[in-house]
Design a protein around this ligand. Structure first.
Ligand SMILES: [Zn+2]
Length: 335
Protein backbone atom coordinates (compact mmCIF):
# COMPACT_ATOMS: atom_id res chain seq x y z
CA UNK A 1 0.00 0.00 0.00
CA UNK A 2 1.35 3.40 -0.89
CA UNK A 3 2.19 5.54 2.08
CA UNK A 4 -0.18 8.44 2.41
CA UNK A 5 1.50 11.81 2.57
CA UNK A 6 0.12 13.38 5.73
CA UNK A 7 2.25 16.49 5.42
CA UNK A 8 4.04 15.56 8.65
CA UNK A 9 7.76 15.04 8.42
CA UNK A 10 9.39 12.02 10.03
CA UNK A 11 11.95 12.69 12.75
CA UNK A 12 14.68 11.25 10.55
CA UNK A 13 13.97 13.60 7.69
CA UNK A 14 15.60 16.70 9.00
CA UNK A 15 17.13 18.78 11.74
CA UNK A 16 16.78 22.18 13.30
CA UNK A 17 19.28 24.58 14.83
CA UNK A 18 18.62 26.46 18.07
CA UNK A 19 20.65 29.55 18.96
CA UNK A 20 20.66 31.39 22.28
CA UNK A 21 21.95 34.94 22.78
CA UNK A 22 21.82 36.28 26.34
CA UNK A 23 20.77 39.81 27.29
CA UNK A 24 24.37 40.97 27.57
CA UNK A 25 25.49 39.02 24.51
CA UNK A 26 28.14 37.40 26.69
CA UNK A 27 26.51 33.97 26.75
CA UNK A 28 25.73 32.25 23.50
CA UNK A 29 24.93 28.66 22.72
CA UNK A 30 24.08 26.66 19.64
CA UNK A 31 22.34 23.29 19.37
CA UNK A 32 21.55 20.85 16.62
CA UNK A 33 18.33 18.94 17.30
CA UNK A 34 16.18 16.35 15.58
CA UNK A 35 12.52 16.92 14.83
CA UNK A 36 11.50 15.36 18.17
CA UNK A 37 13.41 18.08 20.00
CA UNK A 38 16.32 15.86 21.03
CA UNK A 39 19.54 17.87 21.18
CA UNK A 40 22.22 15.94 19.29
CA UNK A 41 25.14 18.33 19.57
CA UNK A 42 25.69 21.65 21.29
CA UNK A 43 28.32 24.29 21.89
CA UNK A 44 28.55 27.04 24.48
CA UNK A 45 30.98 29.97 24.69
CA UNK A 46 30.44 32.18 27.72
CA UNK A 47 32.56 35.34 27.79
CA UNK A 48 33.80 37.37 30.73
CA UNK A 49 32.96 40.69 29.04
CA UNK A 50 30.08 42.28 27.11
CA UNK A 51 30.99 41.80 23.43
CA UNK A 52 29.87 43.93 20.49
CA UNK A 53 27.43 42.63 17.86
CA UNK A 54 30.15 41.68 15.37
CA UNK A 55 31.97 39.61 18.00
CA UNK A 56 28.79 37.77 18.98
CA UNK A 57 27.99 36.92 15.35
CA UNK A 58 31.58 35.78 14.71
CA UNK A 59 31.49 33.48 17.76
CA UNK A 60 28.12 32.08 16.70
CA UNK A 61 29.53 31.40 13.25
CA UNK A 62 32.38 29.36 14.79
CA UNK A 63 29.99 27.40 17.00
CA UNK A 64 27.61 26.77 14.10
CA UNK A 65 30.47 25.37 12.03
CA UNK A 66 31.35 23.11 14.95
CA UNK A 67 27.81 21.88 15.63
CA UNK A 68 26.37 21.65 12.12
CA UNK A 69 28.85 19.47 10.25
CA UNK A 70 27.74 17.75 7.04
CA UNK A 71 28.40 14.27 8.49
CA UNK A 72 26.03 15.10 11.37
CA UNK A 73 23.17 15.54 8.93
CA UNK A 74 23.24 11.85 7.90
CA UNK A 75 19.98 11.41 6.05
CA UNK A 76 18.33 14.76 6.35
CA UNK A 77 18.87 18.45 5.99
CA UNK A 78 18.48 21.57 8.09
CA UNK A 79 14.89 22.79 7.99
CA UNK A 80 14.61 25.67 10.45
CA UNK A 81 16.62 27.93 12.71
CA UNK A 82 15.22 29.25 15.99
CA UNK A 83 16.87 32.05 17.94
CA UNK A 84 16.09 32.97 21.57
CA UNK A 85 17.34 36.43 22.57
CA UNK A 86 17.51 38.11 25.97
CA UNK A 87 16.04 41.42 24.92
CA UNK A 88 13.13 43.15 23.26
CA UNK A 89 12.32 41.31 20.05
CA UNK A 90 9.74 42.10 17.39
CA UNK A 91 8.99 38.47 16.59
CA UNK A 92 6.56 39.29 13.78
CA UNK A 93 9.17 41.39 11.92
CA UNK A 94 12.13 39.22 12.92
CA UNK A 95 13.97 42.20 14.38
CA UNK A 96 15.88 42.61 17.66
CA UNK A 97 14.60 45.90 19.07
CA UNK A 98 17.18 46.26 21.81
CA UNK A 99 19.21 44.36 24.40
CA UNK A 100 19.08 46.19 27.73
CA UNK A 101 22.51 44.90 28.78
CA UNK A 102 24.46 45.35 25.52
CA UNK A 103 24.91 47.93 22.76
CA UNK A 104 24.74 47.66 18.98
CA UNK A 105 21.62 45.50 18.68
CA UNK A 106 18.99 48.20 18.16
CA UNK A 107 16.69 47.20 15.29
CA UNK A 108 19.06 44.47 14.17
CA UNK A 109 17.44 42.28 11.46
CA UNK A 110 18.57 38.98 12.98
CA UNK A 111 15.96 36.78 11.27
CA UNK A 112 17.04 38.05 7.88
CA UNK A 113 20.71 37.55 8.81
CA UNK A 114 20.25 33.85 9.62
CA UNK A 115 17.85 33.21 6.72
CA UNK A 116 20.52 34.49 4.33
CA UNK A 117 23.22 32.47 6.06
CA UNK A 118 21.33 29.16 5.98
CA UNK A 119 18.84 29.74 3.13
CA UNK A 120 16.08 28.28 5.34
CA UNK A 121 13.35 29.88 7.46
CA UNK A 122 14.36 31.41 10.79
CA UNK A 123 12.15 32.26 13.78
CA UNK A 124 13.37 34.66 16.44
CA UNK A 125 11.78 35.56 19.76
CA UNK A 126 12.54 36.79 23.26
CA UNK A 127 14.32 34.12 25.35
CA UNK A 128 11.69 33.99 28.10
CA UNK A 129 8.93 33.55 25.49
CA UNK A 130 10.95 30.75 23.92
CA UNK A 131 11.65 29.13 27.31
CA UNK A 132 7.94 29.32 28.19
CA UNK A 133 7.11 27.43 25.02
CA UNK A 134 9.83 24.85 25.71
CA UNK A 135 8.51 24.30 29.25
CA UNK A 136 5.00 23.69 27.87
CA UNK A 137 6.25 21.27 25.21
CA UNK A 138 9.07 19.47 27.01
CA UNK A 139 9.35 20.65 30.62
CA UNK A 140 7.35 21.12 33.82
CA UNK A 141 4.46 22.77 31.97
CA UNK A 142 3.81 19.80 29.70
CA UNK A 143 0.09 19.51 29.05
CA UNK A 144 -0.75 22.88 30.65
CA UNK A 145 -2.57 25.51 28.57
CA UNK A 146 -1.81 28.76 30.41
CA UNK A 147 1.70 29.11 31.77
CA UNK A 148 3.90 31.99 32.87
CA UNK A 149 7.64 31.40 32.69
CA UNK A 150 9.83 33.76 34.71
CA UNK A 151 13.54 33.87 33.85
CA UNK A 152 15.45 35.24 36.84
CA UNK A 153 18.95 35.97 35.61
CA UNK A 154 21.09 39.07 35.17
CA UNK A 155 17.76 40.65 34.16
CA UNK A 156 14.23 39.34 34.56
CA UNK A 157 12.20 38.11 31.60
CA UNK A 158 8.70 36.70 31.42
CA UNK A 159 7.06 34.52 28.81
CA UNK A 160 3.34 33.93 28.76
CA UNK A 161 1.79 30.95 27.00
CA UNK A 162 -1.97 31.32 26.60
CA UNK A 163 -3.98 28.42 25.19
CA UNK A 164 -0.74 26.77 24.12
CA UNK A 165 0.65 29.75 22.20
CA UNK A 166 3.08 32.56 23.09
CA UNK A 167 1.13 35.72 23.86
CA UNK A 168 3.04 38.62 22.25
CA UNK A 169 0.66 41.55 22.74
CA UNK A 170 0.23 44.27 20.13
CA UNK A 171 3.86 45.33 19.84
CA UNK A 172 5.64 42.20 21.07
CA UNK A 173 6.43 43.45 24.57
CA UNK A 174 4.00 41.22 26.51
CA UNK A 175 5.72 39.39 29.34
CA UNK A 176 8.31 42.10 30.08
CA UNK A 177 7.63 41.58 33.76
CA UNK A 178 11.13 42.68 34.80
CA UNK A 179 9.84 46.21 34.22
CA UNK A 180 6.71 45.88 36.32
CA UNK A 181 6.60 48.68 38.85
CA UNK A 182 6.54 47.01 42.26
CA UNK A 183 8.09 49.60 44.60
CA UNK A 184 7.55 53.32 44.31
CA UNK A 185 10.89 55.19 44.50
CA UNK A 186 12.67 51.83 44.54
CA UNK A 187 16.14 51.10 43.14
CA UNK A 188 17.02 52.11 39.57
CA UNK A 189 16.42 49.54 36.79
CA UNK A 190 18.55 48.74 33.73
CA UNK A 191 15.89 50.55 31.63
CA UNK A 192 16.52 53.80 33.55
CA UNK A 193 13.31 53.85 35.58
CA UNK A 194 12.97 53.19 39.30
CA UNK A 195 11.26 50.52 41.39
CA UNK A 196 11.02 47.84 38.71
CA UNK A 197 11.04 44.16 39.67
CA UNK A 198 14.37 43.57 37.87
CA UNK A 199 16.05 46.18 40.09
CA UNK A 200 15.15 44.10 43.17
CA UNK A 201 14.91 40.42 42.26
CA UNK A 202 17.39 39.84 39.41
CA UNK A 203 20.70 38.12 40.14
CA UNK A 204 22.54 41.38 39.64
CA UNK A 205 20.19 43.31 41.92
CA UNK A 206 20.44 40.71 44.71
CA UNK A 207 24.25 40.73 44.65
CA UNK A 208 24.41 44.54 44.45
CA UNK A 209 22.00 45.03 47.34
CA UNK A 210 23.92 42.53 49.45
CA UNK A 211 27.31 44.17 48.84
CA UNK A 212 25.92 47.71 49.11
CA UNK A 213 24.06 47.18 52.39
CA UNK A 214 26.85 45.17 54.02
CA UNK A 215 29.10 48.26 54.18
CA UNK A 216 27.41 49.35 57.41
CA UNK A 217 27.43 45.88 59.01
CA UNK A 218 30.93 44.59 59.90
CA UNK A 219 29.62 41.11 60.81
CA UNK A 220 27.96 40.77 57.43
CA UNK A 221 31.09 42.04 55.68
CA UNK A 222 33.09 39.40 57.54
CA UNK A 223 30.58 36.69 56.56
CA UNK A 224 30.75 37.74 52.89
CA UNK A 225 34.53 37.74 53.03
CA UNK A 226 34.48 34.24 54.57
CA UNK A 227 32.20 32.66 51.92
CA UNK A 228 33.86 34.41 48.97
CA UNK A 229 37.50 33.95 49.99
CA UNK A 230 37.83 37.73 50.54
CA UNK A 231 36.47 38.53 47.07
CA UNK A 232 33.17 40.14 48.03
CA UNK A 233 32.44 41.22 44.44
CA UNK A 234 32.22 37.54 43.49
CA UNK A 235 29.40 36.69 45.88
CA UNK A 236 26.71 34.57 44.23
CA UNK A 237 22.94 34.53 44.63
CA UNK A 238 23.19 31.05 46.18
CA UNK A 239 25.61 32.40 48.80
CA UNK A 240 23.26 35.29 49.63
CA UNK A 241 20.36 32.85 50.14
CA UNK A 242 22.59 30.59 52.25
CA UNK A 243 23.71 33.52 54.44
CA UNK A 244 20.03 34.42 54.91
CA UNK A 245 19.32 30.84 55.96
CA UNK A 246 22.24 31.06 58.42
CA UNK A 247 20.59 34.10 59.98
CA UNK A 248 22.64 37.00 58.60
CA UNK A 249 20.34 40.04 59.03
CA UNK A 250 21.41 41.83 55.81
CA UNK A 251 21.04 38.69 53.69
CA UNK A 252 17.64 38.05 55.28
CA UNK A 253 16.56 41.59 54.40
CA UNK A 254 17.72 41.21 50.76
CA UNK A 255 16.09 37.79 50.35
CA UNK A 256 12.90 38.97 52.03
CA UNK A 257 12.69 41.81 49.48
CA UNK A 258 13.00 39.25 46.67
CA UNK A 259 10.13 37.18 48.08
CA UNK A 260 8.00 40.25 48.79
CA UNK A 261 8.33 42.08 45.47
CA UNK A 262 8.43 39.00 43.27
CA UNK A 263 5.36 37.85 45.21
CA UNK A 264 3.59 41.15 44.50
CA UNK A 265 4.44 40.98 40.78
CA UNK A 266 3.28 37.37 40.45
CA UNK A 267 0.07 38.05 42.39
CA UNK A 268 -0.82 40.90 40.03
CA UNK A 269 -0.18 38.66 37.04
CA UNK A 270 -2.24 35.83 38.55
CA UNK A 271 -5.20 38.15 39.04
CA UNK A 272 -5.00 39.28 35.42
CA UNK A 273 -4.23 36.01 33.65
CA UNK A 274 -5.26 33.17 36.02
CA UNK A 275 -2.51 30.78 34.84
CA UNK A 276 -2.34 27.04 35.60
CA UNK A 277 1.33 27.26 36.39
CA UNK A 278 4.16 29.70 37.07
CA UNK A 279 7.58 28.25 36.26
CA UNK A 280 10.65 29.93 37.74
CA UNK A 281 13.86 29.55 35.79
CA UNK A 282 17.26 31.18 35.42
CA UNK A 283 20.17 31.32 37.90
CA UNK A 284 18.17 32.79 40.82
CA UNK A 285 15.63 29.93 40.60
CA UNK A 286 18.48 27.45 41.01
CA UNK A 287 18.42 28.10 44.75
CA UNK A 288 15.27 25.96 44.58
CA UNK A 289 13.04 25.68 47.63
CA UNK A 290 14.79 28.61 49.37
CA UNK A 291 13.14 30.77 46.71
CA UNK A 292 10.03 28.79 45.82
CA UNK A 293 8.56 27.89 49.25
CA UNK A 294 8.46 31.41 50.78
CA UNK A 295 7.39 32.82 47.40
CA UNK A 296 4.48 30.39 47.20
CA UNK A 297 3.45 31.41 50.73
CA UNK A 298 3.67 35.10 49.79
CA UNK A 299 1.51 34.67 46.67
CA UNK A 300 -1.01 32.65 48.67
CA UNK A 301 -1.14 35.43 51.28
CA UNK A 302 -1.76 38.11 48.63
CA UNK A 303 -3.96 36.20 46.19
CA UNK A 304 -7.71 35.70 46.05
CA UNK A 305 -8.24 32.09 47.18
CA UNK A 306 -10.15 31.31 43.97
CA UNK A 307 -7.16 32.43 41.87
CA UNK A 308 -4.59 30.56 43.99
CA UNK A 309 -6.33 27.21 44.37
CA UNK A 310 -5.52 25.83 40.91
CA UNK A 311 -2.12 27.54 40.65
CA UNK A 312 1.17 25.64 40.70
CA UNK A 313 4.41 27.55 41.34
CA UNK A 314 7.36 25.36 40.40
CA UNK A 315 11.05 25.45 39.55
CA UNK A 316 12.00 25.00 35.89
CA UNK A 317 12.77 21.41 34.94
CA UNK A 318 14.89 22.51 31.98
CA UNK A 319 17.15 24.60 34.23
CA UNK A 320 20.02 26.30 32.47
CA UNK A 321 18.99 24.62 29.20
CA UNK A 322 15.59 26.39 29.11
CA UNK A 323 16.58 29.19 26.73
CA UNK A 324 18.47 26.94 24.32
CA UNK A 325 15.65 24.41 24.40
CA UNK A 326 13.36 27.37 23.77
CA UNK A 327 15.30 28.25 20.62
CA UNK A 328 14.93 24.66 19.40
CA UNK A 329 11.21 24.74 20.22
CA UNK A 330 10.76 27.98 18.24
CA UNK A 331 12.30 26.26 15.23
CA UNK A 332 10.05 23.21 15.64
CA UNK A 333 6.79 24.95 16.46
CA UNK A 334 5.44 25.59 12.98
CA UNK A 335 6.46 22.34 11.30
ZN1 LIG B 1 12.94 48.55 34.05
Amino acid sequence: MAQKNTGKLLATQGYVVGIEISGSGSRQSVALADLNGNILRQARRPLEYVPDTTTVLAILEEMLAEVVQPEQLKDGRLLRVGVAIGGLVDASQGIVRTLHHAHGWDNFPLQDYFEKKFAIPCIIDNNANAAALAEVQYGRGKGERNVLYVGLGRGIGGGLVVNGHIYHGSSCTAGEIGHMLVKENGPRCSCGMAGHLEAIASARAIVRAMIGLSVEYPETEAAISRVTGARAERITVAQVFQLALDGDPVARYVVNDVHTYLGIALTNIVHLVNPDMIILGGPVAQVGSLLIEPLRAKVQELCLPAAFEALHIVQSGLGSEANLMGAVTLALQDM
